[in-house]
Design a protein around this ligand. Sequence first.
Ligand code: NAP
Length: 316
Amino acid sequence: MKSARRHARAADGSRARTERGRAAGDISRIGGGTRIIAVFGDPVEHSMSPTIHNAASAALGLDRVYVAFKVKPKDLATALRAIPALGIVGVNLTVPHKEQAAQLIKRLSREARTLAAVNCVINRGGILFGDNTDARGLERDLRALQVAIQGGIAIVIGAGGAAASAMLACARLGAGQIVIANRTRERGERLARRLSRAARGTKLVARGLDALVDRALLASARIILNATPMGLTTPRFARLDYKATRTDCFFYDLLYSARPTAFLKPAVTLKRRFADGAGMLINQGALAFELFNDIAPPTGVMRAALYARLGRRGRK
Ligand code: NAP
């Protein structure tokens, strides 16, 4: 409510600036007073964060520009130290920096501590504050998609940082049980132990990828989320018995692309409900935008910019 009011007030107050800055790609709006926000990653060329953040800043007429820096893991500490020196407003972190940043930044939100990963660093008067908006972004998207998992079983494929965010999101949506299906079972077990307190009433169970052909388990799952790069870094997805799933089972891939991903394709054929990670990207980005700029962004503008960049239409 508070952020919606701030959004509306700023939208009114900045109409003149909005006209000036409407075109996100118009570099003539960059001047001596323009402040920088950035993403650090390696690789980083593929990042869609500049697209969505610049579109929102331009729509609001903010004198800010969002750029991508390719930062090698060995240079992360130096790059973070440069943020106050350069007056950078804040940065997002992507692969492979999220976990290392949680070790380097002293002031962390409870969420970043729980996930042991930082995806968003805010420069508060020269002091760096680390947060993580991935789980909240996914939770928002699942709520918008009206995925009902209260008391039910969720299967999360993977046991890395993205899987940890998916588990927190499902636990907050009230999942009764989360089954972590990971290639390396011990990693799933470690993750389950680490998140057991944050997941509160939700039972966490770690299994290998054999869980994806366990017909009894699949027949009771309300949602299956892919939090691995399978299908992107491999020619196909793992063996999964799609036909054994409930007709109302929701398939969510944290990856996103112009067309349905390898994980989603069989679900589309079976007419199951599905979504890819574009909505998570927009929502985690919107939460970060608000932390950086102290104003809620127009998420429709962010979505339109992302879809135009991906070359696709519609919600999915
Ligand atoms: P990560 O830490 O590298 O984790 C990768 C996970 O995938 C591990 O559990 C790993 O299993 C598994 N894996 C990798 N290759 C595999 C293969 N060939 N076969 C089976 N399992 C495999 O990565 P992450 O940071 O969690 O990210 C995972 C994905 O989520 C990325 O592709 C990322 O783009 C996406 N993501 C999307 C958003 C969004 O906003 N939409 C946000 C964050 C992440 P092992 O433990 O056995 O190695």
